[in-house]
Design a protein around this ligand. Structure first.
Ligand code: ADQ
Length: 504
């Protein structure tokens, strides 16, 4: 009976809903034949929202176009239409590998030294965004609510506005937004800032990122801070607020509970022969601080006779990424060599202190490996959120939880102050935190873990999605909105800036 009522209320809410949800992201998880990797938490949460409201997921296919004017490929599964477009080799090089990953990514991760600030790629960035907007425009309905994801698509809304769309458009920025003096080196900075003003609601990972962004508008004289997350800039009024992303906490915890049967976990346990494990899991990216982490672990081993005796192992699982970008190719070689040096220096005939694995793992294997690790080392030099920190916590055994050592420069630190917080540039400090983690009494481990687990149980990825869409003013409201901001609680409505002809 309850089930029937729920279905009825969902159907009613769909019927009353003003429109579909349209998600735009660089990569689209189009369902493929069996054997494809399971989607991550973000894909699961967005699919859930799309399925319940009816929707369209639009973006790049990940493929190189063979035609000059590539068609949009469509596929429908249940209530969701997937629409993807191929890109020319030139567009991939200039927009994706170029401006997105060699300008926005390094600058937003405070790595000006790695940014390639060429003019050519900026133009491509806007050109490709316009192409995407024109293709998407043909698929849009007037009452669709549009949610654009990440740094690849900052200008998407402004091109849609130019084409006459007055829909509600939200944006979520998955990576850090830097302070204004750093952000200002981005080529076409003013145009980028103006592009943001075409959105109704902009989500950042942390209050600091949102504050940095609002300060960019005020410091460059193009906008003013109206208080309560509201800004006005370029003649528009919109909100820029923090919406910390999360994981599927309950599912991940459940995967970890049963993961001892996983063959990778079994083999790892067997090979450790009872020796303790420290774990690091990251894409191979300079923002993740992998080299510094290996050095911190080496410092810990060198300084701790107990660690040496206990044959502690760091398992660093790091799938390669963005190998086409020169800075990444260089780093792949550099990290691999460095691991070799450290193992050569510290290892023994029967002990490899750092196990370095360039492989993608199943969710089940990852969950199980986190659970058997006494320490989770999550020490990025800069990170929007860092979901690994949340996954490590979700995977722990409540009766004997491991300890999270967390960088003060990961967005996750705002929600997880109970971790052992470190400055990842300071090798001694991180080494001491590892030592402290191993010595921490069970009661303290449990208290710290419980506090962090409570946080990520209350704000899982489904909640993140629901709160954002609620704030955007969509009709994803068939469940109570947990953790809605003070603004929503006070009955604010997210205003639609006047993108009418008169307002432009
Ligand atoms: P990423 O930089 O990719 O994401 P992160 O948040 O840590 O960083 O997410 C990585 C994901 O990849 C995790 O779910 C992790 O489990 C998975 N992963 C890593 N190594 C893996 C492996 N070997 N096998 C399988 N899975 C692996 C960007 C931003 C982050 C932000 C997220 C979400 O850079 O700051 O947290 O988006 O917004």
């Amino acid at each position: 009976m309850v089930q029937i009522d729920l279905l009825k209320s969902q159907a009613e809410s769909r019927a009353a809903s003003p429109g579909r949800l349209v998600v735009v992201s660089n990569r689209v998880p189009v369902p493929t034949a069996a054997g494809s990797p399971p989607p991550g938490g973000l894909a699961v949460a967005l699919s859930g929202a799309l399925e319940s409201q009816g929707g369209l997921w639009f973006g790049w296919s990940g493929k190189v176009a063979t035609d000059k004017d590539p068609e949009v490929h469509h596929q429908s599964v249940g209530n969701i239409d997937y629409a993807v477009v191929d890109l020319s080799r030139r567009d991939i090089d200039e927009y994706y590998h170029g401006f997105a990953n060699r300008v926005l990514w390094p600058v937003c991760h405070y790595r000006l030294d790695l940014a390639d600030l060429s003019r050519r790629d900026v133009n491509a960035y806007f050109r490709v965004n316009e192409q995407f907007a024109r293709r998407l425009a043909r698929l849009l309905k007037p009452d669709d609510v549009i949610w654009v994801q990440d740094y690849h698509f900052i200008p998407m809304a402004s091109f849609l506005r130019d084409l006459g769309f007055a829909n509600k458009i939200g944006f979520f920025y998955h990576i850090p937004w830097p302070p204004s003096d750093l952000a200002a080196v981005i080529p076409a900075y003013d145009r980028i800032l103006k592009s943001f003003s075409a959105y109704n609601l902009i989500g950042f990972q942390t209050p600091v990122d949102a504050e940095n962004f609002r300060a960019c508008l005020t410091r460059s004289g193009v906008g003013s801070d109206l208080g309560g997350d509201w800004v006005s800039a370029f003649g528009r009024k919109f909100r820029a607020a923090a919406f910390p992303i999360s994981i599927e906490t309950a599912t991940f915890a459940q995967d970890a509970r049963v993961a001892e049967k996983n063959v990778v976990v079994k083999r790892t346990l067997q090979s450790l022969e009872g020796h303790p494990l420290v774990i690091g899991v990251d894409r191979l990216d300079y923002s993740k601080g992998i080299r510094e982490r290996i050095d911190s672990f080496a410092t810990f081993v060198e300084k701790s006779a107990a660690a040496m005796k206990a044959r502690v192992t760091l398992l660093q699982i790091t799938p390669k990424s963005r190998s086409e970008v020169p800075e990444y190719a260089e780093m792949q070689r550099e990290v691999a060599e460095h691991v070799g040096h450290v193992n050569g220096r510290l290892g023994d005939v029967d002990w490899t202190p750092v196990r370095y694995v360039n492989k993608a793992m199943s969710r089940s294997a990852l969950a199980g490996l986190y659970r058997i690790a006494k320490v989770g080392l999550v020490t990025p030099l800069r990170d929007g959120m860092n979901l690994v920190a949340k996954e490590y916590v979700a995977a722990q055994n409540p009766d004997d939880p491991g300890v999270l050592v967390l960088s003060r420069f990961a967005g996750a630190v705002h929600e997880m102050p109970e971790a052992l917080i470190v400055n990842p540039y300071n090798l001694e400090e991180t080494a001491s935190a590892i030592q402290r983690a191993f010595e921490m009494p069970l009661r303290e481990r449990k208290e710290r873990w419980r506090a962090m687990m409570d946080t990520i149980e209350a704000n899982d990825v489904e909640n993140w999605c629901r709160v954002f869409l609620h704030e955007l003013g969509g009709r994803f409201e068939d469940r109570e909105v947990a953790g809605a901001t003070a603004g929503a609680a006070a009955g604010w409505r997210v205003g639609v800036p006047d993108w009418t002809a008169a307002g432009r």
